[in-house]
Ligand binder design. Structure first.
Ligand code: FCB
Length: 467
C-alpha cells in the first residue's frame, strides 16, 4: 500500500452554499430569492420541497462550526445570501444580514478556520429578477454595490474572496435550459446573462480591491472535460463544441480576455447570435472581466463523452454502466479530475488553484446503531485525492480542496433526494449525523495523506478508519 502525502499547509476544507443550507427564509429581514420563488412553481423541484428551513444552518451554525473543528478543516467555503444583504431594491443594506455573516466569520476565525466566502451562489434577490435579472446590464452595477458593502464590512477579516459560483450553471441552467431559477428557455438571453455575470465579476473585483487592497480575488468555474466517443473528426468536433459552450466560454474571457471564436461561430450557426459581433459586449468590458486574479476555483464532478449522430447532431453519450454512476447519474471518472487540473493550469496559467467543489451523491441508509456506511463516497474521494496528488506532482499550483458538501442539503431542482454530505441531516430534528466518510476525511486531513488501497472502514473508533 502506497501513500500520497500532500504539501505542508495544503488547505483541506468543505463547501456549502447559503440557499442550500441556511433556511431562515423569513428571518433577519431576508428578502425573497429567485430560488424561493422557483420552488413555489409546480413541478420545478423534484420532491416538491423548498429551502425555507433547509439544514437550519441559520440557527445551527455554532454546531456546524463544531463539526468543522472536529473534522480538522482548515477552511470553510460558504456563500453569502445576497437577499439577506439587499432584500429589496431600496439600495439600503440590511444590517441584520450583515451581522449574521460578521458573527459567522468571527466564529470561524476564532475556531482557526479560514472563511472562504462566495458572493453569488445562485440566490439572486427576486426584486432584481423582477427588473430583468442577469439579462439586464444594470445588474452588474448592483452586484458591484453588493460586493462593495461586503468588502467594507468584512474586508479586514477575509483574505480571499470568490465572486461567482459556476456562471455556466447560472446562465445556461437558469436562462437557456430552464432547469434552474428563474426557469427561462431563451439561448440568446442566456448569452447576455453569461456576459453580465462575467462583467459583474470584473467590476466586483475592482470594488473589493478598492475596499480591501490586500485581499486575494478569484472566481469558481465548473470544468467538465469532454472526450470524443471515437477518433472520427465528427466526434472530435462534438467534444470541441461542448468544451467551447461549457468550459471555454467562461474560462477564456476571465483568463484570456476574449470569448472563444469557434464557440461564437457555433452560436451564430445555431441562430442564438445574429453575427459574431457580440452586441452585449461594450467597450472596456473584456478588460474588466479579465482583471488579473490571485486564484482560480475549479469545481469538478465528472466528464462527458461526445459524439455526432447520423443527423449531424452533437450529443452526449449516455454514461454507464450503472455501477459507475453516482445518484446524479454522473460517471465516476477520476482521470477527468487529473485532466481538468492539468488543462486549466496549462491553458490559463493561474497563480494558484483551489478545488472549490468535488464530491458524490449517494443515498446510504442509517442502520440500527445510527451508523451511515458510505463506502462509495469514500472510494470516490480517495480516487479523486489520488488524482489530485498526481496533478500536484505534475506541477499544478494546487493550494487546497473543498469537499462538496459538509451536509446533505437542498440540491436545487432535485430537492433533498441527492445527498452529497459528509454528514446527513435528520429530516425532522435536523440533527447532524456523521457518515463514515466524515471519519475517513478527518483521518486524511490529520495525516495530510491518502493511501492508494481500498480498505474497509470500521465504525465507532475513528482512529481505526484507514486513510
Ligand atoms: C455544483 C453546485 C453546488 C451543488 C453541486 C452538486 O454545480 O455549485 O451547489 O449543487 O453542484
Amino acid at each position: 500500500m502506497a501513500r500520497h502525502s500532500f504539501p505542508q499547509g495544503f488547505l483541506w476544507g468543505a463547501a456549502t452554499s447559503a440557499q442550500q443550507i441556511e433556511g431562515g427564509r423569513f428571518e433577519g429581514g431576508r428578502g425573497e430569492s429567485i430560488w424561493d420563488r422557483f420552488a413555489t412553481l409546480p413541478g420545478k423541484i423534484e420532491d416538491g420541497s423548498n429551502s425555507d428551513v433547509a439544514c437550519d444552518h441559520y440557527h445551527r451554525w455554532p454546531e456546524d462550526i463544531e463539526i468543522m473543528k472536529d473534522l480538522g478543516l482548515a477552511a470553510y467555503r460558504f456563500s453569502i445570501a445576497w437577499p439577506r444583504i439587499f432584500p429589496d431594491c431600496s439600495g439600503k443594506p440590511n444590517e441584520a444580514g450583515l451581522d449574521f455573516y460578521e458573527t459567522l466569520v468571527d466564529a470561524l476565525l476564532e475556531a482557526g478556520i479560514r472563511p472562504f466566502p462566495t458572493l453569488y451562489h445562485w440566490d439572486l434577490p427576486q426584486a432584481l429578477q423582477d427588473r430583468g435579472g442577469w439579462s439586464e446590464r444594470d445588474i452588474a452595477e448592483r452586484f458591484k454595490d453588493y460586493a462593495t458593502v461586503m468588502a467594507r464590512r468584512l474586508g479586514d477579516r477575509i483574505g480571499q474572496w470568490t465572486t461567482h459560483n459556476e456562471p455556466w450553471c447560472a446562465a445556461t441552467l437558469g436562462y437557456e435550459e430552464g432547469h434552474h431559477a428563474p426557469g427561462h428557455k431563451d439561448p440568446a438571453e442566456a448569452l447576455r446573462a453569461a456576459h453580465h455575470l462575467l462583467l459583474s465579476h470584473g467590476w466586483a473585483c475592482q470594488a473589493i480591491a478598492n475596499e480591501a487592497p490586500r485581499a486575494e480575488l478569484g472566481i469558481v468555474h465548473i470544468h467538465t472535460p469532454a472526450y470524443p466517443e471515437s477518433t472520427s473528426p465528427a466526434d472530435e468536433d462534438a467534444a470541441r463544441w461542448f468544451d467551447g459552450f461549457f468550459n471555454r466560454w467562461y474560462f477564456d474571457p476571465i483568463f484570456r480576455g476574449a470569448y472563444p471564436e469557434d464557440a461564437i461561430a457555433d452560436r451564430v450557426a445555431a441562430g442564438h447570435l445574429k453575427s459574431p459581433e457580440l452586441p452585449f459586449v461594450k467597450e472596456g468590458d473584456l478588460e474588466a472581466i479579465s482583471t488579473p486574479l490571485d486564484f482560480m476555483g475549479v469545481n469538478y464532478y465528472s466528464r462527458v463523452i461526445m459524439k455526432t449522430d447520423e443527423k449531424g447532431r452533437r450529443l452526449a453519450v449516455k454514461p454507464g454502466p450503472p455501477e459507475s454512476l453516482t445518484d446524479m447519474e454522473w460517471e465516476v471518472f477520476p482521470q477527468g479530475f487529473y485532466d481538468t487540473l492539468m488543462r486549466v493550469s496549462k491553458d490559463y496559467a493561474p497563480k494558484k488553484v483551489y478545488v472549490t467543489e468535488n464530491g458524490a451523491a449517494y443515498d446510504d441508509p442509517i442502520d440500527e446503531e445510527g451508523r451511515i456506511a458510505d463506502p462509495r463516497r469514500i472510494a470516490y474521494l480517495r480516487e479523486h485525492f489520488l488524482a489530485m496528488g498526481r496533478a500536484l506532482n505534475d506541477g499544478v499550483p494546487l493550494e487546497g480542496y473543498f469537499a462538496w458538501s459538509l451536509l446533505d442539503n437542498f440540491e436545487w431542482g432535485f430537492g433533498y433526494k441527492k445527498r452529497f454530505g459528509l454528514y446527513a441531516v435528520d429530516e425532522s430534528s435536523r440533527q447532524r449525523i456523521p457518515k463514515d466518510s466524515a471519519a475517513w476525511y478527518k483521518n486524511v486531513i490529520s495525516a495530510n495523506a491518502v493511501s492508494d488501497e481500498l480498505t474497509p472502514t470500521s465504525h465507532g473508533d475513528s482512529s481505526a478508519v484507514e486513510l
